[in-house]
Design a protein around this ligand. Sequence first.
Ligand code: MN3
Length: 212
Amino acid sequence: MNNCYPFVNTPLPYAYNALEPYIDEKTMRLHHDKHLQTYIDGLNKLLKSQPALQSCSLQTLLANWNHLPVSLRNNAGGVYNHRFFFDSLTPCPKDFQPAISTDNKILPAIEKQFCGFDRFCSLWKESALSVFGSGYVWLVCECGMLKIITTANQNVPDLCLQTPLLNLDVWEHTYYLKHYNMRTDYIDDWFHLINWDVVNNRYRAQNSKRTE
Ligand code: MN3
């Protein structure tokens, strides 16, 4: 993935219509080609006049969140959050509960932390509905503990403290064309698209970093 200035809007890892019927093709085209593109253009424009930051990866920029001007936060966050969101979806929806296999570490961790997978899903939904206005819900790992958190607008989790594992964009542009004002229906549909292999790999990667 292109991760330094100048940022490029890399293609989605699946076709625009691959997430039908849960997320429609038109929404995916607008979301990736217009919304994400706007953040990429905005970020490149801001970095053009800041040569010292041009070699920084997106993660490095965002790890210095407190030192960034608001415009840079919004655009860098917009790129990071959207890429993370798109990469967390799969065109081959299975049962939304991750399959149990020997290398699946995330399901037992979720079940343990949240007292069952169903309870995790209901807490997730509750959090997603609690975001006032625009923002995201995240599953993060902090000091070995799983947590569900929310962020407003294009804010990101504290990348110095938390490893993001999964996110859900609840800005209205993600669902308004298909689900109108019904965020709850969008969340139910989104559950069918989670790429648990990706989430599991992120969890395993941070676990191995912790035990190094
Ligand atoms: Mn969005």
